[in-house]
Design a protein around this ligand. Structure first.
Ligand SMILES: [Zn+2]
Length: 213
């Protein structure tokens, strides 16, 4: 990973951030006890949730996942994708390490929105893969921006992270946004019959890395 200058976009002045913390509370879960914080953007109507555990230290590369909301996977336990399993695996890893954070990005369907995602699912039922379906609906394969998640990390006082992701583009985007990624930690879930095609598309068309595939 390339070195970032020590005086990045955010330096150490939190007042330069365009997000503010609304509340922070304790959240006991099936996988351990976490802190949950709500943030809102000062420049748009976007809201974010961060789940974290342990002391957040600027000088400690910390286990982090930027997770994109997936209502179908995270809440309904959909097996069409690996989102829910990745989220819960991350929570278990953070619990084991005793330190880490998840920035939960409310960008359903890689940023296209819930209704459009369901339209894409309808197209997938007719044989398209996830990238073809999004493109047919007029969306790019990935609509997410990483500037605001990077600001949430900065607001959590994290400047260096061990990023839980299979997506090398995410590493580059986060570094471009001023967060030092000291390591990419694979976040792999065993595929099932339904998610197999989706994960293959992620690998072939979106450049995701899977060690077991
Ligand atoms: Zn999903």
């Amino acid at each position: 990973m390339k070195e970032q200058p020590t005086t990045g976009v955010y330096s150490c002045a939190d007042e330069s951030l365009s997000v503010e913390r609304v509340a922070v509370a304790t959240l006991p879960t099936e996988w351990g006890e976490f802190r949950i914080a709500g943030y809102r953007s000062l420049v748009s109507d976007e809201e974010f949730v961060a789940l974290f555990k342990g002391e957040m230290r600027r000088d400690t590369p910390t286990l982090v996942r930027i997770h994109s909301q997936c209502l179908t996977g995270d809440v309904f336990g959909s097996t069409k994708c690996d989102c829910g399993a990745q989220l819960h695996q991350t929570m278990q890893m953070i619990e084991r390490e005793g330190r880490g954070a998840i920035v939960y990005q409310q960008q359903e369907g890689r940023g296209i929105g819930l209704m459009a995602k369901l339209q894409a699912y309808e197209l997938q039922d007719q044989g398209r893969d996830t990238v073809q379906a999004n493109e047919e609906l007029g969306f790019k394969a990935d609509h997410r921006g990483f500037q605001l998640p990077a600001e949430i990390l900065a607001a959590l006082k994290l400047k260096a992270v061990r990023l839980l992701s299979n997506n090398p583009d995410k590493v580059a985007a986060l570094e471009a946004a001023g967060i030092k990624v000291t390591e990419r930690v694979p976040c792999e879930v065993e595929p099932n019959a339904e998610s197999e095609r989706y994960l293959n598309t992620k690998k072939e068309k979106l450049g995701h890395l899977f060690s077991k595939r």
